[in-house]
Ligand binder design. Structure first.
Ligand SMILES: O=C(O)CCC(=O)C(=O)O
Ligand SMILES: [Fe+2]
Length: 342
C-alpha cells in the first residue's frame, strides 16, 4: 500500500527570496518534488485549459489522429507510448496526449481550427506563456538555491527560447491497476529542468523513494560527497526497498518536480525522482509543462556542485541531443510495443 507524501509548499510571490530559495534547496535535496503556489496563473485560465483539453479528447479518434504527432507536436493515442523503457510489458501506457511546443517554432505546432474549437488555441497559448513566466521565476530561485546568481540560467542562454513543451494528458476511466503491467504513465523521470504539473484532482500520481533498513549498505551505495539522508530517491536502486508514495494534488497549486538535465547540472545534488501514474479506474486529466533549456545549451556540471572529492558524474551534453535521444528511446519502446501487439 502506498502512503501520501507531505510535500513542501513554495510561495513564488514571497518577498523573502533567500528563505524561499532555502526551502527549494531542501525540497530538491529531499525528493525533488514540491507544490508551487501564488504562481500567477489565474484560476479561471486553469479551469479553461482543463475544459478545452477535455473537449479535444472527447472528439472521435478519427478526428484526433488528424493531429498525429509530428516533430514531437500533436496527438499521441492510447497505448502509443511507454515511458518506462525497461518494461517488457506488451502494452503501452493507458493515456492519450497532445503536445504543444515552443512558439519560437510555432509553425511546427498543430492546432484545431478556430471554427471547430473556438478559443482553443488562444487558451493554450495564454496558458503556455503564463506557465513559462512562472517557470522562469522559479528557475531564478533555483539558481539562488544552488548558490548561483539569480540570473545564472538566463545569462548562460539556457532560458533564451527554452524548448518548453505543454502536454495535455487524458487517462481514460475503466482502466485499473489490477491488470498486470498497465500503468497510466509507467515509471520515469522527466527529461528537462523542471516540470510544472496541473491535475484535475483525481489521484494516481506517485513518486518513488526508498527506505534502507541497513544504514551500512546505504552509506556505501551513494557518493560520499552527498549527505546521508534517511530517505533517498530511487536512482540508486540496488538493495533498497522501493516505496511508492501518492502525490496528492492541491487545488490551484502546481506540482513541481526536477528533471534529468537539472540533475546533470547539479551533479545529482538535486534529484530527478522517478514517478508514475497508476490507473485507479477513474478518468483523469492533467497538464504537464516541461521546461527544457534552449536547444544549443550545453548542460554541464555547475561549479557549485562539484569539487575535487566530488567530480562531475556526467560529461557535458547539448540539450537538444540529450532530449532527442530520450524521445527516441521512448518512441522505440512504443514501436516495439506495437510490433508485439500486432
Ligand atoms: O499526469 C500526471 O500526473 C503526470 C504525468 C507525467 O509524469 C509525465 O507526463 O511526465
Ligand atoms: Fe513525468
Amino acid at each position: 500500500m502506498s502512503e501520501a507524501l507531505q510535500l513542501p509548499v513554495i510561495d513564488l510571490s514571497s518577498d523573502d527570496r533567500l528563505s524561499t530559495a532555502k526551502s527549494i534547496r531542501q525540497a530538491c535535496l529531499d525528493l525533488g518534488f514540491f507544490y508551487l503556489v501564488n504562481h500567477g496563473v489565474e484560476e479561471e485560465l486553469i479551469k479553461k485549459v482543463l475544459e478545452h483539453s477535455k473537449k479535444f479528447f472527447t472528439l472521435p479518434v478519427e478526428e484526433k489522429i488528424k493531429f498525429a504527432v509530428k516533430n514531437h507536436r500533436g496527438y499521441t493515442g492510447l497505448y502509443d507510448e511507454k515511458l518506462d523503457t525497461s518494461l517488457n510489458a506488451a502494452i503501452g501506457d493507458a493515456k492519450e496526449s497532445f503536445y504543444i511546443g515552443t512558439f519560437a517554432e510555432n509553425h511546427l505546432n498543430q492546432w484545431p481550427s478556430e471554427e471547430d474549437m473556438p478559443s482553443w488555441r488562444s487558451t493554450m497559448e495564454a496558458y503556455y506563456k503564463k506557465v513559462l513566466s512562472a517557470g522562469m521565476k522559479l528557475i531564478s530561485l533555483i539558481s539562488l538555491a544552488l548558490n548561483l546568481d539569480e540570473d545564472f540560467f538566463q545569462k548562460s542562454g539556457a532560458l533564451s527560447e527554452p524548448m518548453a513543451f505543454l502536454r495535455l494528458i487524458h487517462y481514460p476511466g475503466g482502466v485499473d491497476s489490477s491488470r498486470d503491467g498497465v500503468y497510466g504513465a509507467s515509471a520515469h523521470s522527466d527529461y528537462g529542468m523542471v516540470t510544472l504539473l496541473l491535475t484535475d484532482g483525481v489521484p494516481g500520481l506517485q513518486a518513488c523513494s526508498f527506505y534502507n533498513s541497513n544504514p551500512l549498505t546505504f552509506a556505501f551505495s551513494i557518493p560520499t560527497c552527498f549527505h546521508l539522508r534517511h530517505r533517498q530517491v530511487c536512482r540508486e536502486k540496488s538493495e533498497q526497498q522501493k516505496v511508492w508514495e501518492d502525490v496528492p494534488s492541491i487545488s490551484g497549486a502546481f506540482i513541481v518536480n526536477i528533471g534529468d538535465m537539472m540533475e546533470r547540472w547539479t551533479n545529482c545534488l538535486f534529484r530527478s525522482t522517478i514517478h508514475r501514474v497508476m490507473p485507479t479506474g477513474q478518468e483523469r486529466y492533467s497538464v504537464a509543462f516541461f521546461l527544457e533549456p534552449n536547444k544549443d545549451c550545453i548542460v554541464e556540471c555547475l561549479e557549485t556542485c562539484c569539487s575535487e572529492s566530488c567530480p562531475p558524474r556526467f560529461p557535458p551534453i547539448r540539450s537538444s541531443d540529450y532530449l532527442e535521444e530520450r524521445f527516441r528511446l521512448a518512441s522505440t519502446a512504443s514501436a516495439e510495443n506495437h510490433r508485439i501487439n500486432i
